[in-house]
Design a protein. Sequence first.
Length: 81
Amino acid sequence: MPDMSASASLAMTHVVTLAEELDKDKVTPGVLGFIVFAVMALAVWGLMKSMNRHMGRVDFKEAPKADGAAVDSGAERPGSN
């Protein structure tokens, strides 16, 4: 390492000691995991916003009920005796 300056050499020794302190059995999602989670959260938020907008546009009007004979199609109603 003749080309490295003293500060670069010192920085490398600190990085090496930090790397040795990490638990090699511990697995973390890292930055990529955070980015994927953030994109999924934004997608869910966008879908919910779109769903609320579309549900607001729905104009549901219930049709009036017809006579009992048409609805029951010949079946007896309880208490009609």
